[in-house]
Design a protein around this ligand. Structure first.
Ligand code: GLA
Length: 393
């Protein structure tokens, strides 16, 4: 999608903000009839080092509303209609910046430079060995997870509102300096979120570097279609457009094999309730503590194609995930506990209270020569797009 010049965007945003469609709570009052699309910007809070964090409320013409902050490009709240038209916040997050600074489930965040794990926090590129911070140790095996000790999720990004036709959005950009978290090259990253009248949340990623470097950007939104803090996601029905997956060792690092899912609890080629086979006697499920694995998508064309579908029958909420990426991490909240606070007073999150569908290249690709390359070289442009398409059935 084309970006609109800043001045024009601000004017259209100011006009939209006075239509009265958006309330202070970010809810659209005329949901069933559709909304005037708008972007409303207001302060969200401050980081512990005093940086101001802005919130963008995107109201889509189709009625989906999302609150997004420039700290980590996090989606704080996401309201979608159920089959009666009633809207609920279906994502996990925090009401304050401090929640994000204290807990580390990466709720709603942009993830970079490298989404997922790099074994032992090291890789060799063009004959040079690089060392990354170790910030995760599943099964006692150290790795670098989601960009290291301070990934892109923990930065206040530059941002501005976007609008084109009846789509609204927000553009985020930042520069990660050469050597940031041990990675080579100065990396300029731009990410645009668009909310379309068809209730599609489209994410467009772009990056350039001045030295060869691995890159694997993703979004770590957690879904619970019954609503935030409304129990587990084990009853959600998942489809993955993937005939194969990458088995892992106990450190959740791929062994390098790519195996068929047919006949295993990892076969989601037809819809399955997430909880149906999660207790199966299966080594991979034991290593992950449930599902926390990477599926190789059937689409390897680099063009946008279906990756996943998710359905929850009591609310009728349905979503398709489309991506240009070759793989998807399905994580079912095995590390979540009721110690992570809910956004709702008096409510608690729980073990497996949300799930993430993270489009990406496979984990540890810089150390896995047989996997599609994640190396971006100077002169090339990294481009990736993912769409979360919301609806009801
Ligand atoms: C990813 C990983 C999980 C976990 C979460 C964050 O999805 O695959 O193992 O680390 O991030 O809690």
């Amino acid at each position: 999608m084309k970006r609109v010049m800043r001045g024009a965007v601000l004017a259209s945003v100011a006009a939209a903000a006075v239509t009265g469609c958006v309330t202070d709570k970010g809810a659209c009052e005329t949901m069933s009839k559709g909304c005037e699309p708008s972007v409303v910007v207001k302060p969200f809070g401050k980081t512990k080092d005093g940086q101001l964090v802005q919130q963008y409320t995107l109201t889509g013409a189709g009625g989906v509303v999302m609150d997004v902050i420039d700290y980590g490009g996090k989606v704080v709240r996401l309201f979608t209609p159920d089959r009666t038209g009633a809207k609920t916040d279906i994502t996990l997050g925090f009401n304050e910046v401090a929640g994000y600074e204290t807990h580390d489930p990466y709720f709603g965040s942009l993830i970079g430079r490298y989404g997922n794990r790099i074994a032992k926090g090291t890789f060799t590129l063009d004959g040079v060995t690089y060392r990354l911070p170790i910030n995760n140790e599943p099964g006692g095996l150290p790795c670098s997870l989601h960009g290291g000790k301070r990934g892109f999720d923990a930065y206040v990004w530059h941002s501005e509102p976007l609008s084109e036709g009846r789509s609204v959005g927000v553009k985020f950009w930042m520069t990660s300096p050469d050597g940031d978290q041990g990675y080579p090259g100065k990396l300029d990253v731009t990410v645009c979120y668009w909310l379309t009248p068809e209730n599609v949340w489209r994410i467009e990623y772009e990056a350039v570097t001045d030295k060869a470097t691995p890159i694997n950007l993703t979004q770590h939104l957690y879904f619970n279609f019954k609503g935030e803090a409304e129990g587990t996601i084990l009853d959600h029905e998942l489809t993955l457009f993937a005939d194969r997956m990458t088995p892992v060792d106990k450190g959740l690092i791929p062994t390098g094999e790519v195996v068929p899912v047919k006949g295993t609890p990892f076969d989601f080629t037809t819809p399955w309730p997430i909880g149906a086979r999660i207790q199966a006697d299966n080594e991979q499920l034991r290593f992950g503590g449930g599902y926390d694995h990477n599926w190789v998508l059937n689409n390897q064309s680099g063009k946008l194609a279906p990756a996943a579908a998710l359905y929850e029958k009591s609310t009728g909420r349905f979503m398709e995930v489309w991506t240009t990426e070759p793989a998807i991490q399905f994580y079912c909240g095995n590390f979540l506990t009721d110690q992570v606070p809910s956004k709702k007073p008096g409510k608690k999150l729980c073990y497996r209270g949300g799930l993430a569908l993270e489009t990406q290249h496979s984990p540890d690709s810089p150390n896995q020569p047989a996997f599609p390359s994640t190396i971006l070289r100077p002169g090339a442009v990294y481009k990736s797009a993912t769409e979360y398409r919301f609806g009801v059935k």
